[in-house]
Design a protein around this ligand. Structure first.
Ligand code: FAD
Length: 514
């Protein structure tokens, strides 16, 4: 039996959102005892650091390989993008999850645009959301200057600006990214480790890895704690807590609620993502200054690139922002490898190969959903994740418009390297809506604007899954901002309800096998 001290708040999941909730609780609440449960293991030091920051490629590959054999819950178990495993859903074949300290935030691309126009949920005061987004940007160290030294970025943004800039729209510019720049110019991807800072060393705060939350425990409308399992030993025990925040991604947050018998009508529904269109282009010579450095070592294909095509300081990440009358936004990356073989003898300058990725807004529908069935269990005894998902006619029209737009951008930039292509559903790795927030408990939302689950006094949810709007915007910054607001709500609630005297029972109690 484990012997941890009493806990005020259990947070489930150590991705960017769970870590931000824990950090804000520790910063805001006076002396709150916070326990973060994470099913996966740390992939390096610091815990929750971005895998691409591990300079030693062999060590990085070993950390990623360990994911395949670790004890985490890997539905389907099939590895996908590095650090992710496929859920195994025919309707959304590329739907994936990460099970490690830092969640997907140990693997992400760190693009952090703010939502605008109809992307902004109307159930949160705009000034409150604005301040929370600013706090999220500070936690993630978001900047638009990480790629200032990229040699050809100015030319890329000039061409795209001429094509797409319109009055009253945000102009083409540098993508805000969660990246820090070392004194030597080296780039470091931020994420959960940067959000945490010294959090895991603070008194009263604990990150417990290799530990799966199996149930949230309720007494009437009040959460009393969490039933957890140590995945290495199989030991099950309960952890009493005064509040619980589940930030376990858009598939496993509704999974844990459903497993706990918490099943609001909208649970799992309104699942959405960002249909993705990709292309590549070789920047035309007329945009390339004659003294731009030749990249003699440019690998012929991305597959041959050392480190799997990691972004380097010469890369540049440009952005064609979203607007309500243009249902997508574009992320344009200058690459350190070509996605297709280039002509032999071709002279290529640094940053001259440009990858274009457009994310589309998708209509919301309650029929797109993650669902669970009694008796259909995964190997951990949690309900198996099943997905119903389809594009509407309007979605297909916006994807077709994005294909046109990407093609025109690739042509304007230079020589398109092949045709634009539409990625299979799930490719964006941005999954939203499955525990969406709402102003009232009208059956179309799962939680209120603070993340509190309707019908409960002290159970909260966080993650991209709380975002209620149809967006094109990469979701993590917004989800972290909502996590900040959730943490403040929990801290205020607990401050108003002083802790009872130390429980007579131990803080962790073994659970008999079912
Ligand atoms: P996650 O990061 O998914 O973390 C959830 C955690 O919960 C996991 O660690 C999991 O192990 C844990 N967990 C789940 N169930 C349980 C349980 N029952 N008990 C205990 N622990 C549990 N987003 C952007 O905004 N911009 C980008 O540029 C971007 N690029 C991306 C590129 C890649 C390659 C990937 C993989 C993702 C990208 N994303 C991007 C998505 C981004 O990483 C996610 O939006 C973000 O990580 C979500 O944070 P989260 O904390 O809600 O969930």
């Amino acid at each position: 039996m484990s012997t941890s001290h009493d806990v005020d708040v259990v947070v489930v999941g150590s991705g960017p959102v769970g870590t931000a909730v824990a950090r804000e609780l520790a910063d805001t609440g006076s002396g709150l005892r916070v326990l973060v449960l994470e099913a996966g293991q740390a992939l390096g030091d610091p815990a929750g650091g971005h895998v691409k920051n591990i300079a030693d490629v062999e060590a990085r590959d070993a950390a990623l390989a360990a994911l395949a054999t670790g004890p985490g819950p890997l539905p389907g178990g099939t590895p996908a993008r590095p650090g992710t495993a496929l859920v195994g859903a025919p309707d959304m074949p590329n739907a994936a999850i990460s099970t490690n300290v830092g969640g997907m935030g140990a693997h992400w691309t760190a693009a952090c645009p703010r939502p605008v126009d109809d992307e902004v949920p109307d159930c949160v005061d705009p000034d409150v959301l604005d301040e929370a987004l600013t706090r999220a940007e500070a936690l993630l160290a978001v900047t638009t200057h990480a790629f200032d030294r990229a040699p050809l970025t100015g030319a890329v943004q000039r061409v795209l600006g001429e094509l797409f800039d319109r009055p009253h729209r945000r102009p083409v510019g540098a993508m805000p990214v969660a990246v820090t720049v070392g004194e030597d110019g080296s780039l470091h991807w931020t994420g959960p480790a940067i959000i945490a800072g010294d959090l895991w060393e603070r008194p009263g705060v604990e990150l417990r890895t290799g530990t799966l939350a199996r149930r949230v425990l309720l007494d009437g409308d009040r959460v009393t704690g969490v039933e957890a399992v140590d995945l290495a030993s199989g030991e099950r025990y309960t952890i009493p807590a005064r509040a619980v925040v589940v930030a376990a991604d858009a598939f496993r947050t509704p999974q844990l609620l459903w497993a706990s018998g918490i099943r609001p009508q909208a649970l799992g529904r309104y699942l959405t993502e960002h249909p993705q269109v990709m292309a590549a282009s070789l920047l035309d010579e007329r945009y390339v200054p004659a003294d731009a450095p030749v990249d003699a070592d440019l690998p012929v294909t991305a597959a041959a690139a050392p480190g799997g095509g990691a972004i380097v300081p010469v890369s540049g990440v440009s952005w064609v922002p979203y607007a309500a009358d243009r249902p997508f936004h574009g992320q344009v990356m200058q690459m350190d490898a070509s996605p297709v073989p280039l002509d032999p003898g071709l002279t290529v300058r640094r940053g001259q190969v440009v990858g274009l990725g457009w994310f589309c807004r998708k209509e919301l529908s309650p029929d797109n959903r993650v669902r669970f069935d009694e008796g259909d269990l995964d190997p951990h005894g949690l309900p198996a994740i099943r997905i119903d998902y389809a594009l509407s006619d309007a979605d297909r029209a916006s994807v077709a418009a994005a294909v046109e737009e990407v093609a025109s951008a690739a042509r304007a930039l230079g020589r398109p390297l092949g045709e634009p292509f539409v990625m299979p559903p799930g490719s964006s790795l941005h999954y939203l809506g499955t525990t969406r927030m709402g102003r009232t408990d009208d059956g179309t939302s799962v939680c209120d604007p603070t993340g509190r689950v309707w019908g409960t006094a002290n159970l909260y949810v966080g993650g991209n899954n709380v975002i209620p709007t149809a967006t094109a915007c990469n979701p993590t910054l917004t989800a972290v901002a909502f996590g900040v607001l959730t943490a403040r709500a929990v801290a205020a609630q607990l401050a108003a309800q002083p802790a009872a005297q130390p429980a007579a029972q131990p803080a962790t109690t073994p659970v008999a096998e079912e």
